[in-house]
Design a protein around this ligand. Structure first.
Ligand SMILES: *Cc1c(COP(=O)(O)O)cnc(C)c1O
Length: 433
């Protein structure tokens, strides 16, 4: 893989040449683009593809034609839909088909997995996490500690960031004491885009008798994973970011097969062994698969787009996606460095530079005006997102963002500063950013 950032050029022709040489270029037309908009927010909500639309419409039609019989007579029988989508996604994360299931929501999956694998005992009562994780995860971990009779102030250890952007893996390992029962970390940090060494952290946790799980919401679909090879205990992720499964689409979870048979923390009938589920016995017999961690009936209409979207991702190939992701984010960082890092622009990159330490988006920081610059970008037809206090997140998505899009975004940033355009915007934020 050629990741050198020195072979880029700043000119527009160079962007067009990169597009002409891009092996994934044809996937762009499989997506619906918003007219007049350069979409740089696919790490928050991926765009709709024709493939996802097709599977959604198919399931809608099955409902129309079959009614309740869809549960057994759908093209993919709906009773097995979570398992079948899980088997598709297993290929994206380096797992066996029965180790992944599409179910619930991200935060609910965290709850059922942590309720299963957090077993405070004797001295080992603590959960290890970090202060930069997505807040929902930290709220849920504190709640799980309370449910087991603990006190989050004492039992939730948050590794601190040295620079406000990244977490040193060595600081996480140092915090893995014999009081820690479980560690829960993100794969990629939502703000800076740092990618953690999941393999190394898993080995360190297991050496110390700690169970470890990862929230991969910001990596599945853009960073290849090898969950089985790395031997992680469990993982979960959302399907609406790089997986392009639609707003609030059903989430996913992975349980390493050595834990099959463990008692699901938030058991429900959808996790029952399917063969006898509809016998409606009052005893619960968990499925011998990740399927055991399902809770209730799968939300079919929020899952159906994932089928087309996941097949499209598999067709493009995770290695190809990662190769383009590193190249296009490298190109973006190069342009910011070359054109926007000096006064009066003063932008800087908050994402680690090393390819093995970054995920799919780039955190472009501005010391004073990041929020208003993001507003000015929107007025110019660029959709970024802003994360307080000073980060503009830009996510060039390998499946549908072109190098020329990236080139244009950087020109927009330059002009916004040249014309002091951001001064026309208010400093007050709305509800969803
Ligand atoms: C997007 C995201 C979530 C979202 O949780 P929901 O339950 O889907 O709202 C959780 N954790 C991380 C790290 C995320 O990036």
């Amino acid at each position: 893989m050629d990741m050198s950032e020195t072979d880029f050029e700043v000119g527009e022709e160079f962007a067009l040449r990169l597009d002409a040489e891009d092996p994934l270029a044809s996937f762009r037309d499989r997506f619906y683009h918003i007219p007049g908009v350069i979409y740089m927010d696919g790490n928050s909500l991926g765009l709709l593809s024709r493939d996802a639309e097709e599977t959604l419409l198919r399931v809608l039609d099955e409902w129309k034609r079959l009614g309740i019989s869809g549960w057994t007579k759908g093209e993919i029988p709906w009773v097995w839909y979570g398992e079948r989508l899980g088997a598709l996604e297993a290929k994206l994360v380096g797992a066996e088909p029965e180790e992944v299931v599409v179910a619930g929501s991200t935060t609910v999956n965290l709850h059922t997995l942590v309720a299963t694998f957090y077993r405070p005992e004797g001295r080992r009562t603590k959960i290890l996490a970090d202060e930069l994780n997505f807040p929902s995860d930290l709220y849920a971990l504190a709640a799980q500690i309370r449910l087991k009779g603990g006190d989050p102030d004492r039992d939730l250890i948050l590794v601190r960031s040295r620079d406000g952007r990244t977490i040193d893996e060595s600081d996480i390992v140092d915090a893995m004491t014999d009081e820690v029962a479980l560690a829960l970390l993100p794969s990629v940090y939502y703000r800076s885009g740092q990618l953690l060494d999941m393999e190394g952290l898993t080995a360190a946790a297991h050496d110390r008798g700690i169970v470890i799980g990862f929230d991969c919401s910001h990596s599945v679909g853009v960073v290849p994973h090898r969950f089985d090879e790395w031997n992680i205990d469990f993982a979960f992720w959302c399907n609406y970011k790089y997986m392009n499964g639609g707003p609030g689409s059903t989430a996913s979870l992975y349980v390493n097969r050595r834990h099959f048979g463990a008692w699901p923390g938030l058991a429900g009938w959808w996790g029952h062994d399917r063969a006898t589920q509809f016998d409606m016995k009052i005893e619960f017999t968990p499925a011998r698969s990740a399927g055991a961690w399902q809770i209730g009936t799968i939300s079919m209409l929020s899952s159906a787009p994932i089928e087309g979207a996941a097949r499209l991702t598999l067709e493009a190939g995770m290695e190809n996606i990662r190769r383009k992701s590193l190249r296009i984010t490298g190109y973006l960082m190069f342009l910011v460095d070359e054109l926007l890092s000096r006064p009066p622009y003063n932008f800087s990159i908050g994402t680690p530079r090393e390819p093995e330490r970054r995920g799919g988006h780039v955190a472009v920081e501005h010391p004073t005006e990041a929020f208003r610059i993001a507003e000015a970008l929107k007025a110019r037809g660029v959709l970024p997102d802003f994360r307080p206090p000073n980060v503009i997140r830009l996510a060039p998505i390998p499946l549908y963002t072109s190098y020329h899009d990236v080139w244009r975004v950087v020109q927009h940033l330059k002009e916004i500063i040249d014309n002091r355009e951001y001064e026309q915007f208010s400093k007050t934020r709305g509800v969803v950013t």
